[in-house]
Design a protein around this ligand. Structure first.
Ligand SMILES: NC(=O)c1ccc[n+]([C@@H]2O[C@H](COP(=O)([O-])OP(=O)(O)OC[C@H]3O[C@@H](n4cnc5c(N)ncnc54)[C@H](O)[C@@H]3O)[C@@H](O)[C@H]2O)c1
Length: 383
């Protein structure tokens, strides 16, 4: 059967521009879908024009733009996919929704939950399909953890324990802002590790366990002033959180701890969580992404213990689309999976999760944690 073409307009050509381009190129080769993404146009800031042209040529984007508004106005674009820094998400998403486009957006949804609410309301008012790219939900081992929890194998959940650790900003010589270091500039990123890293852990937590009721947090900015990337002679205060740790209570009574930093020497992108329930536990570490640790208390006493499930068999989530049992897949596949699920959702008329509304829930937990770090009190999560 002929596939329906879906013309994609990609907003950004950096790190996520590459992961998403790869997903658009691969998805139809590995998943049987009614929609075929067409790489219609890629957009970047005029300052990045020299990177945009080779990027477009490499991935096969048919045309380029350097003004996002022009892209949104184009009649030949069906989907606007936002892979630009956080301070662009709000305006682009709302304009795209108003223009009737399908809107996909990288995480975090917005700079704060006030913006996030406007974005969720805009896509809902326009009735357009939307998704936020919390790609870790689509790591097969994490999807399997969700399956085990939903099957009741862990029973009542007591604990969620998450860490997201990096070490790339320890040197005081790393500048802030500019084209590549916008993550250190609060005016572009919104927040530091809370929105950048913990948003992933929070999304996974909400997906696995349910909504968060309240939080109490502490944050720290270890290096208080940095040179700016655009002009090294200008030094400015650092306004993002370098590290954040918080306690949370879920609406269902379970407890959680979340910790994130860019100052964990030796940790490049360690994203881990453990869930403890009445009947069992699961544990995941992105540094071993094809494995899920599982403890089943109902095992016979002489064999009970943590087991390692190698999540590569055809009966594991997503894996029958790839190679043969024992052959692992990686980071880039999580974006292919998210896209495949989204395109299936379009076919069946269901909005694939996480929607902007769900991204807003995560944003509200981030906001509550950042507020609590200031007030030094427990803060209720809005909504
Ligand atoms: N899901 C994940 O695991 C993950 C990982 C990294 C980044 N992200 C998110 O993806 C987004 C992009 O991050 P990145 O690492 O790809 O950034 P990047 O710096 O590598 O690339 C940003 C791109 O956005 C473009 N851009 C900037 N302002 C623009 C504008 N006004 N209009 C059009 N294009 C513009 C730049 O030209 C550049 O091509 C961020 O929101 C980030 O939080 C998600």
């Amino acid at each position: 059967m002929a596939k329906k073409k879906l013309n994609i307009g990609l907003m950004g050509c950096g790190f996520m521009g590459r992961t998403h381009s790869n997903a658009y190129c691969k998805v139809g080769k590995f998943f049987d879908l009614g929609y075929e993404p067409v790489l219609k146009a890629a957009c970047a800031r005029i300052e990045d024009k020299d990177k945009l042209e080779p990027f477009a040529e490499n991935w096969g984007w048919q045309s380029t733009e350097t003004d996002w508004r022009k892209m949104v106005e184009r009649d030949d674009i069906d989907v606007i996919d936002i892979v630009a820094p956080n301070n662009t998400h709000h305006d682009i998403a709302i304009a795209a929704a108003k223009a009737g486009k399908i809107v996909l957006c990288e995480k975090p949804l917005a700079m704060n939950s006030a913006q996030g609410l406007e974005m969720a309301e805009a896509v809902e008012a326009a009735g357009v399909a939307n998704m936020i790219w919390f790609n870790y939900r689509r790591v097969p081992a994490i999807t399997l953890a969700k399956q085990l929890i939903d099957e009741g194998r862990l029973g009542r959940i007591f604990h969620y324990r998450a860490k997201y650790l990096q070490d790339w900003t320890i040197s005081a010589d790393v500048p802030q802002g500019g084209q590549t270091l916008w993550r250190l500039d609060a005016a572009v990123a919104g927040s530091g590790v809370t929105g950048d890293l913990l948003a992933h852990s929070i999304d996974t937590a909400i997906w696995l366990i349910g909504g968060v009721d309240k939080v109490t947090a502490m944050t720290e900015t270890f290096i208080k002033e940095r040179a700016t990337q655009d002009d090294p002679s200008v030094r400015k205060p650092v306004l993002i959180d370098d590290a954040c740790a918080f306690l949370a209570k879920f609406k269902n009574g379970a407890l959680a701890t979340f910790e994130s930093t860019r100052y964990a020497r030796g940790r490049k992108n360690q994203n881990t969580f453990e869930v403890n329930g009445e009947k069992g536990s699961v544990c995941f570490d992105l540094e071993d992404p094809h494995q899920l640790q599982y403890y089943d208390h109902s095992d016979d006493a002489h064999v009970v213990g943590w087991r390692t499930i190698l999540v590569t068999d055809s009966h594991h989530p997503y894996m029958k689309q790839w190679w043969v049992p024992g052959c692992t897949i990686g980071y880039e596949h999580t974006f292919v999976h998210a896209l495949a699920d989204f395109l299936k959702g379009l076919e069946t008329g269901t909005f694939t999760t996480p929607t902007f509304r769900e991204g807003l829930e995560t944003q509200r937990v981030c906001d509550a944690a950042l507020k609590s770090a200031k007030t030094e009190a427990w803060e209720k999560v809005e909504g």
